[in-house]
Design a protein around this ligand. Structure first.
Ligand SMILES: [Cu+2]
Length: 651
């Protein structure tokens, strides 16, 4: 039914045009075959991830000139038989393995296959079945087992085994929302190598909450009937052009990437200005995220999830639906990955791209002529949504006609819930329904933004706005000014937000001056943010060093991609940004990467149940001296094109 709303098209980036486009289905198949043949891989091997090994910046920037398409795959493998992790590089041009390394003592991301196998193993465990009976669960077929990572709490097994510590729930029937009935007190521990329950931790029985909490349309008693259709029509089609995964939209151009760990990535974001293609961001990606829970109770106190490094945001991506997830003239891109056995897995419509009307961009009425000039804002939306067990994260990049770039995460889905005895309240959370509570928690996201503003040599200034004391020069005390401070080294660039000084950061290229003689720049404007409330010595905190600061700046290093390090799963901590920035490298007038940590503190409300209306968190990049003037000054007035033909213009 939604197909009538507008047109749609999908592509899988076949027929490569650019070296930064994600690996194709053929390239994934070839990589698996080369590795299978070259290493005689046994049945206990899992392909954790196969991603494009991005070529050097130098090669990418010179690509148009030499035309050669150099392609390599970077592969993480794990052997359940020997508990060993390997990294491999496969040259797709030479059809051979160019690097094979054992990475000792690490646990890579859990695969989607392990999620399914783990649930089955727990449900088949006699010890678990007996524990369920003790907790009042009679029908094991109605139990849901969500994998959840084990973290690192110093036990020997955490350094010698591949572990999961699932959470369990029970449905009233097969389409019921099981998250409404947590089996409180029960945490099976699973050895994922043997795919066996090694013990069932039981912290005592709490009655199952009695009320259902359903949200499916077929289970909601009465749906409202006063919602009339709202249709978006674009009679002349969209204003974007697509060539493989290369996109151009008005003056913007970029490349859309996707991989099993990071999900959606953007590359080579540029703006055409005065006949020149000007680079802004070389690469923009979610580097890591963590959700720590704030309840010290025994079922909850080891609960935290590094949804990117432990679960894989790309492998958890949804297939999006026209008219539901996206509205308008849509261009979809498939997510092309493999499962852990190396078989091709295509996530149909994993990425959605469309245009959105965004209200007024600018307006002025010359009252002397009664002549209003108004321009509507339109933005290009590139998005992807991942389901990580109970929670949903929507990742939305927006490009605007005035040169702004916005990133927004929409947090929705179902809270991770616990059960309480009747009449009891939760100090470390809030009741959602009788006997059902949601523990307080936070969501911290770390974004990696590789800026190349008009070239690679960039710097970052911190700008604090401050008032000036009354003086002879400031006789009425009204003066205030913006004070820029250059962030010179990695340690000096570990910064936090400060409301008192309206703090923001500005990325500049000192080597390129604008018309008024100042370095060209972009302003980084933070949105919702927070600080961690757990003790610094908490296990998850040590593993998520990126939460220590809102801002980090590092010199570009292609291997530094993930804020908590390459292998956060079961890691003891201290990797990633914390480790790299100890080197205290210079970050001025050089190729830099800006890392931004943003935290959403979630004190749950009953209205977040049974499914949570989206919360938003993000940031905005606004040109600040990058252009000579408002780059959207040249926008034509919009047509008031009415269907009855009375078209007129808004000016
Ligand atoms: Cu939340």
């Amino acid at each position: 039914m939604f197909m009538n709303l507008t047109e749609t098209s999908t592509s899988t980036c076949t027929g490569l045009h650019h070296p930064l486009e994600p690996l194709t289905a053929d390239e994934l198949r070839t990589t698996v075959n080369i590795l299978r043949e070259g290493k005689q891989l046994g049945k206990t091997i899992r392909f954790v991830s196969i991603v494009l090994k991005e070529p050097s910046k130098k090669y990418v920037k010179g690509f148009c000139q030499n035309g050669e398409l150099r392609r390599e795959a970077f592969v993480v493998l794990f052997d359940n038989g020997t508990n060993k992790c390997f990294e491999a590089v496969v040259s797709l041009n030479e059809k051979r393995i160019t690097s094979w390394k054992h990475i000792p003592g690490v646990q890579p991301t859990m695969t989607a296959d392990e999620q399914i196998e783990c649930e089955k193993a727990v449900l088949e465990s006699e010890e678990f079945q007996a524990a369920c009976k003790r907790h009042g669960v009679e029908d094991i077929d109605l139990v849901m087992v969500d994998i959840w990572t084990a973290g690192n709490y110093g036990a020997r097994e955490e350094s010698t085994m591949r572990l999961a510590r699932p959470l369990c729930f029970v449905r009233a029937d097969l389409t019921d929302n099981g998250y409404a009935r947590p089996i409180e007190g029960l945490r099976p521990v699973v050895d994922l190598n043997q795919m066996k329950v090694i013990r069932v931790e039981d912290y005592g029985c709490v009655p199952l909450p009695s009320r259902p909490g359903n949200y499916r349309a077929d289970r909601v008693r009465e749906l409202r009937t006063d919602v009339k259709p709202l249709e978006i029509t674009q009679p002349d089609g969209p204003s974007f052009q697509v060539n493989g995964c290369e996109v151009s939209w008005q003056k913007w151009s970029l490349i859309i990437g996707f991989n099993s760990r990071e999900g959606l990535t953007l590359h080579n974001i540029s703006y055409h200005d005065g006949g020149k293609k000007r680079s802004i961001l070389y690469r923009a990606s979610l580097s890591e995220m963590v959700v720590p829970y704030g309840d010290p109770g025994p079922t909850q106190n080891k609960k935290n999830a590094f949804d990117s490094g432990e679960y894989g945001m790309g492998q958890c991506a949804n297939s999006l639906e026209l008219g539901c997830d996206c509205l308008g003239h849509i261009k979809y891109f498939d997510g092309v990955i493999t499962n852990s056995r190396g078989e091709l897995q295509i996530i149909k419509n994993a990425i959605c791209m469309h245009e959105e009307d965004y209200g007024i961009l600018w307006k002025h009425t010359d009252r002397r002529h009664n002549q209003p000039e108004v321009r509507r804002s339109r933005r290009l939306v590139i998005s992807s949504i991942s389901t990580v067990e109970n929670y949903e994260y929507g990742f939305f990049w927006y490009l605007y006609q005035d040169g702004s770039i916005q990133f927004e995460i929409k947090l929705t889905g179902i809270l991770s819930l616990g059960a309480l005895p009747a009449g009891q309240k939760a100090k470390y959370g809030n009741l959602m329904a009788p006997q059902l509570y949601a523990p307080n928690h936070q969501h911290f996201f770390n974004l990696r933004l590789d800026f190349d503003l008009d070239g690679v040599a960039n710097s970052v200034y911190e700008v604090n706005v401050q008032g000036e004391p009354k003086s002879r020069k400031n006789p009425y005390g009204n003066a205030f000014y913006a004070k820029p401070t250059l962030l010179t080294t990695e340690q000096k660039a570990r910064r936090n937000l400060k409301l008192e000084t309206g703090r923001y950061w500005k990325i500049v290229n000192e080597n390129v001056k604008n018309e008024i003689g100042e370095p060209v720049g972009y302003k980084f404007i933070a949105g919702d943010n927070s600080v961690p409330y757990a003790a610094k010595t908490a296990s998850w905190y040590k593993r998520a060093g990126f939460v220590n600061n809102h801002l980090w700046v590092t010199p570009y290093a292609p291997d530094e991609k993930f804020g908590a390090g390459d292998y956060p799963n079961q890691h003891k901590g201290g990797d990633g940004l914390i480790k790299w920035t100890k080197k205290n490298r210079s970050v001025t007038n050089t190729d830099i990467v800006l890392w931004y940590t943003m935290g959403h503190t979630h004190i749950p409300r009953p209205e977040d149940y049974p499914v949570m209306p989206a919360s938003y968190i993000g940031f905005l990049l606004k040109p600040a001296g990058f252009f000579t003037m408002n780059p959207a000054n040249d926008l034509p007035p919009s047509s008031k094109a009415a269907k009855n033909g009375n078209a007129s213009c808004c000016h």
